[in-house]
Design a binder for this molecule. Structure first.
Ligand code: Q9C
Ligand code: ZN
Length: 316
């Protein structure tokens, strides 16, 4: 099984985020991804590659040019110990810029695009270990630990070759991804997430959001209450997979967050460790060329095992 990974994410390491007006330790730590890499490298079935470098034109299919330039120039201009919270291009206080933010965010896009390109070369399954994550990043804004929308950029790249379904199973609604394709029918966006009335990003992910114009019916949201466990989640996942099947996509992108785990420090669901394997298995049963893009998951001591179980579901 192909795994795409770049060590450039490690230097993107903001010391803190602002939560409820106070600085708290940053949840998207480099150790998250390193924990995943350490577990997968111990097994023979995973074949690691570094990403190829893609041109910035791919980022510009989803993001505004001034926004891209801003992330790039402001990252580089910062001294190493500095942290920037600009008063624009930022929807919340959970995605500060540090010196290496641009390099890491650009590498994460390359990780996703390299995976997408492998699908075009007839690979049936690729796991793109992206960090920083992407699904909260919008046309001209960063937020929720996200800068560039890795999954949306990869989806857009694949649309030249057929319809794409995106299944977003991060605990949080992927506002950026939904927004990017909200008025289009060539990309189906389906998300299962914590009810936005009580959960970040608060302003999107409601059941009433179906898409607009040509995109009507091509955004599907399943908000679930805090405390949702394996049984209810499995039932909703089956519904979501049925919708994907009906859509008959050529490619599937999974925005995979592991912050749905019962012991996640941020998420509010109660999924058990063993559930992740059945999740992988159910998704694999669609038998579509599939790119999995890493999003959230903040329990550093659990995430390696969660990802490994999820991938085992695809292998069996
Ligand atoms: N300190 C992703 O999972 N809320 N982003 C943080 C706790 C922001 C999550 C509050 C959550 C953003 C990709
Ligand atoms: Zn999340």
């Amino acid at each position: 099984m192909k795994i795409i990974y770049s060590p450039l994410h490690i230097a993107h390491n903001p010391p803190s985020e602002i939560y409820d007006g106070v600085f708290v330790p940053y949840a998207d730590k480099p150790e998250r991804l390193e924990a995943v890499v350490n577990i997968l490298k111990q097994k023979d079935e995973f074949d690691f590659s570094e990403p190829k470098k893609f041109s910035l034109s791919h980022i510009l299919t989803i993001h505004q040019r001034q926004y891209l330039q801003f992330v790039k120039s402001r990252s580089r201009a910062l001294r190493r110990a500095s942290v920037l919270y600009p008063s624009y291009f930022m929807t919340d206080t959970y995605a500060p810029i540090v010196h290496d933010t641009y390099n890491a965010a650009k590498a994460a896009v390359d990780v996703a695009l390299t995976g997408a390109q492998l699908l075009l070369e007839n690979k049936s399954f690729v796991y793109s270990l992206c960090r920083p994550p992407g699904h909260h990043a919008e046309h001209a804004s960063m937020g929720g630990y996200c800068y560039f929308n890795n999954a949306a950029i990869a989806a857009q790249y694949l649309t030249a070759h057929g319809r794409v379904a995106i299944l977003d199973i991060d605990f949080h609604h992927g506002n950026g991804t939904q927004r990017a394709f909200y008025e289009r029918s060539d990309v189906l966006y389906i998300s299962i997430h914590g009810d936005p009335r009580s959960t970040y990003p608060y302003s999107s992910g409601f059941e009433s959001e179906h898409g607009k114009g040509a995109g009507r019916g091509f955004s599907v949201n399943y908000p679930l209450p805090l405390g949702t466990g394996d049984k209810v989640y499995a039932h909703i996942l089956t519904k979501a997979l049925f919708e994907i099947k009906k859509y008959e996509p050529v490619f599937l992108i999974v925005s995979a967050g592991f912050d749905t785990f019962c012991d996640d420090p941020i998420g509010g669901f109660e999924l058990s460790e063993s559930f992740y394997q059945s999740m992988g298995k159910k998704i694999a049963a669609l038998a579509l060329p599939t790119l999995v893009v890493q999003e959230g998951g903040y329990n550093v001591s659990a995430i390696g095992s969660l990802v490994h179980r999820f991938l085992r579901g695809f292998l069996t």
